[in-house]
Design a protein around this ligand. Sequence first.
Ligand SMILES: NC(=O)c1ccc[n+]([C@@H]2O[C@H](COP(=O)([O-])OP(=O)(O)OC[C@H]3O[C@@H](n4cnc5c(N)ncnc54)[C@H](OP(=O)(O)O)[C@@H]3O)[C@@H](O)[C@H]2O)c1
Length: 262
Amino acid sequence: MPRLGLGVYKMEDGKEVVEAVKSAIELGYRHIDTASFYGNEEGVGKAIKESDIPREDLFITTKVWNDEQGYENTLEAFDRSLNKLGLDYIDLYLIHWPVPGKFTDTWKALEKLYKDGKVKAIGVSNFLPHHLEELMKDAEITPMVNQIELHPELHQQQTREFCAANGIQVEAWSPLAKGKYFDAPVLKELAEKYEKTPAQIILRWDFQNDIVAIPKSTNKDRQQQNADIFDFELTEEEIKRIDELNLDEKGRTGPHPDEFDY
Ligand SMILES: NC(=O)c1ccc[n+]([C@@H]2O[C@H](COP(=O)([O-])OP(=O)(O)OC[C@H]3O[C@@H](n4cnc5c(N)ncnc54)[C@H](OP(=O)(O)O)[C@@H]3O)[C@@H](O)[C@H]2O)c1
């Protein structure tokens, strides 16, 4: 799984998403993160088709939305996503949110899709340890990925530890916290030291913490910036200083999985 991808949430289907995905692919991105909820799978598929990159070199994630969950519904939702994307398999299919009473049946459908070879990997999103424990109680396959809101102000330590102990790859959504605290002194100072930007310092912090990140940008320069994080290294002490930004739950920019309005 490529360690850095392009998130496409809130990109409009049509020109906006097509151009953004094409420019990211031209810049070397090989990992795109969409979802049926984003309403732009068709545009993502169009950009893939119009790029010269062989399908097997790309890593495409999509997700089953809350009102599509349950066993049969998920199988149907998967076919819809596959059709919209114009693909014949998905690299990573995720349960978007842990809808109470539904997600274990949804997982059974993902296991079937995996066994049938229609998806290369299956995982979840926004799952806390208690959701993972419930899902794993009668799962045949352990989720391979958990995509959660994660950035320096929201460490998600317990979920990360649970995932590490169970071989689940953690992936960060809103890795830049939508730019909310780029002016934090430690980020500005390190950006100056390494001649990088605060966004690049955060994405390097992810990389050195073994977290896959999927920053969203429709802007080619910022896409390039976000992918240009592999030529410098933060020291352990600098990582600890970035860690001090953590606000735990107060650092959330999105909903808490147990308080989401399902
Ligand atoms: N599983 C889930 O429940 C869930 C929830 C939310 C998001 N996600 C996924 O995670 C992806 C990323 O999250 P996100 O879109 O919420 O937030 P994000 O990636 O943290 O931040 C995106 C915002 O930051 C700006 N930006 C990007 N790079 C920048 C840079 N180098 N310098 C300054 N500003 C920059 C973007 O503007 P420009 O576009 O103008 O550059 C955009 O406004 C989503 O697109 C989606 O794929 C998943």
